[in-house]
Design a protein around this ligand. Sequence first.
Ligand code: NAD
Length: 484
Amino acid sequence: MQAHTAPVEGVVVDLRHWIGGERVASERTFADVSPIDEAEIAQVAAGGAAEVDAAVAAARAAFPAWAALPVAERAAVLRRVAEGVEARVEDLARVETRDNGSLIRSHRRGVMPRVALNFRAFADFAEQRLGHPDLEVRGHRERISYDPAGVVAVITPWNAPLMLATWRIGPALAAGNTVVLKPPEWAPLTASLLADIMHEAGVPAGVFNVVQGTGLDAGAPLTAHPGIDRLAFTGSVPTAGVISKAAAENIVPLSYELGGKSPLVVLEDADLDLAVDIAVEQFDNAGQVCLKAARMLVHSSLVDEFTERVVAMAATLRQGDPRAEDTDVSALISRAHFEQIRGFVERAIADGARPLLGGGPNDELGGLYFRPTVLVDAKPDAEIMTEEVFGPVVTIESFDTEDEAIHRANDTRFGLAATLVTGNREAAERVSAQLNAGTVWVNCFFVRDLEAPFGGNGRSGIGREGGIWSFDFYTDIKNSVFSP
Ligand code: NAD
């Protein structure tokens, strides 16, 4: 029989599901492999339709009591969850790093504190925003209420699994829903630690459930389940297409956060130091970031110096084991993903693109380490310019006029984010207004306030979350009209 727990970087992780406030095993397991050295770190319970049924039933059973709690009481529980996360930042950081190969220093300083904030901030927002003053309309009194929707299914990807899961779970629970989470099979472990933290914080049994397993075995039955009321999915466009069909049967409202092919536009009057810094940031998490500015569009008067400086600076990035504090770029998530990235780059080069840096695996490190890669001279309609390449690969191209920059920036089926660097205030206003993206950063990058709306246009997603927009999705908004 498989062990129910495994020590991962000195932290004991339960490898079973968390359903109705109990650990539940499955007959089958799947191998969890670390990208750092391709070592198997655990055999995790492989759930299927039966576990999904049990989790949805537990979530349904727990819903009425959780929904009926005064919002201040739910908020108090979620603040204890935030404290539990804060108390275990180091454990969560170690396990996440081993599991998905992302940098431990990012987890310690930014990602895990942000996970705590996903609970604390939405606890605050729920207390502040879920009430609405009655309206007086032509003698009638109208009361707008935000009723929790019911059971929320949350399906998440591997690139920032705990952060992305809690960004959905925080508001869903704060609004009074119960949750079934299906974590990514490539990085399933921190979801299990979150279940421990929820339990210790006093989250009632069935309010939060985790079903581990693959997309096909555990994800698909969850998306098609008639007992779910909302589906929050973060992942790739092809999976979103499959899921949409499954969810359509039950008319379940969807919130999708999908891929991107975001531009970095550097105008003629840009602060070049800032533009270069932002460009080199794109290799964070080995480029496995949905918001990454993969296409760099630079004014022709700056492009040579920009390219030279980006290549020189990116060449100094230290690639290696993400458990070391001084590592800048780590490995890709899996062998299959590594081969996919290699294929994209090889085809781009065969199609005329020139690598000024990288262009292939890091042979010194071997394994799943792919070198930071800067490509120039790619054709505008080449695959490398149009498809999402979820790895440490960027392209640089030049433009002459502002209109050309805007046209090329918007020439994509995606629309997640766009970054603009300019020293001209009017150009900042004019160009940002014309960029087609859910988030536009001007002279900054990756600033994400939990109160602001977040989401993508086109293939990058459906809907917006953050602040009140999260509650719009996770509640049924009701208008009760009282006659005088
Ligand atoms: P993926 O679509 O392969 O998998 C995401 C999740 O869906 C996993 O948990 C997987 O098990 C599950 N899944 C797969 N097939 C399923 C099915 N048929 N039914 C139900 N569930 C299924 O994506 P990935 O490779 O894990 O993640 C990378 C993608 O996520 C990239 O495209 C990236 O841009 C995107 N992403 C978007 C955001 C955002 O906020 N917009 C954030 C992070 C990642």
